[in-house]
Design a protein around this ligand. Sequence first.
Ligand code: ATP
Ligand code: ZN
Length: 286
Amino acid sequence: MDRKLKIAIQKSGRLSDDSVKLLKKCGISFGNGLGKLRSEANNFPLEIFFLRDDDIPNYVEDSVADIGIVGENVLAEKDCEVETIEKLGFGKCRLSLALPKSFEYVSVKDFEGKRIATSYPKILGNFLSKNNVEAELHTISGSVEIAPSIGLADAVCDIVSSGSTLFTNGLKEVETVMRSEAVLIKRKGLDEDSQKLLNKLLFRIRAGKSAEENKYILLNAPNENLEKIIEILPGMRSPSVLPLAESGWSSVHSVINENDFWEVVENLKTEGAEGVLVLSIDQMIQ
Ligand code: ATP
Ligand code: ZN
């Protein structure tokens, strides 16, 4: 099989580093030297295209690439016939409406009749009509946040992650229009061979993602509390229990979700666990 899967990722921007990291974490090695538009993996049938993020949905729709990594915000703004297959957990941000700091904001109705500058007229238009608000949208492609200070608009709708850009431009965030993160998309009608390659890649992506969401935990437990400790630690199937050289004690090994981590550790301590070690997991195949 000499077919190669073609993936489009952002050339340079907020998704670039994490997209490259994700592929490398899948064990795929390739050169991504500056200025390169295209690269071939050495150890996986994958061709990587480095593109502007806004172009990625179109390239995938037009079959220039089979799959792509792009923000949900960009995807929602385009009318592209592509399929979202996996959320990737990076590039998290939100599309928000913002007004001058001094504005006494009450509700979304305050946007009625306002001039709003945005690069996302489609998403914003849908949001406003859902809320029965009529506003005048001004589509601009960059530096949206300066529009109110130069008198071009009364409000803005833009991507925010910390809010500091808005703040330094005298604006405050008042409504979240959409939440977004990077997703993996694929074109319609992928042939069987390409789909097989994609499944292989997805298997690796999911193993890496599970690994990031979980921790490996080891601890020593007094045998009399073993049952309670095992209950706290469900593990992938169930925890491994090994006897310690010292009688009356066991070593317990398990996997726990990152979100439950501190609570689990506290409960373990209460049940007499000692010498708790927590390790990162590189890959986790379920
Ligand atoms: P390009 O040159 O590829 O068109 P760009 O300037 O349009 O790049 P970036 O600013 O690199 O785009 O953002 C790419 C994506 O990263 C956004 O569409 C969004 O999904 C995500 N993102 C995450 N956090 C932020 C943020 N604080 N500001 C902007 N985008 C963010
Ligand atoms: Zn862009």
